[in-house]
Design a protein around this ligand. Sequence first.
Ligand SMILES: [Fe+2]
Length: 200
Amino acid sequence: MQPIIRSTCENHGQLKSLMSEVCAADLKLVPRKADSPALPYHHHHQPPVTYMHICETDHFSMGVFLLKSGSSIPLHDHPGMHGVLKVLYGKVRIRCFDRLERPSSTPPPPPRPQSGPCVLSPDRDNLHQIDAVDGPTAFMDILAPPYDPDNGRDCHYYTVLAEVEGQQQQPGQEVWLREVSQPADFWCGAEPYPGPQVCL
Ligand SMILES: [Fe+2]
């Protein structure tokens, strides 16, 4: 793997372009088979989501999240952080929220290609929920700077208030979010990363 991440901020476009080319085989990942447990994951004491740590510096973190069938990473934020996310196999549904204090001069986001990388910034798509759709899935995740609770970059979880069950939220619709503690049915385990090491 090329040491491209050093220039995340300067060459955001290049990073996004390279991320669009990354596939599971590049990271020596074997797509997991569908797993449909009869009981929710917390009854199995197995994490619904696991993380493969690839590398982390003061400037960025890089890894792979693997979601089991039917699991989700609940609505959470990335305070003051940029990020790029690329699905490696399977399918995800991403539901993003922006805070209303975003500067009104910010142009609307371009439409996303079906399988291109998703980009988040401190003021756009910074809050999101990620659901595995139709089976297990995995995505590569680069965050810059990384989470760092000592420097105000802790992960917070949220729930959408006053949402009617089963009703689709419309794009641009204003909703209230309430900060909640980490949902009891979500936790993230760790597993070894089998792919090439990053040269820093
Ligand atoms: Fe996230």
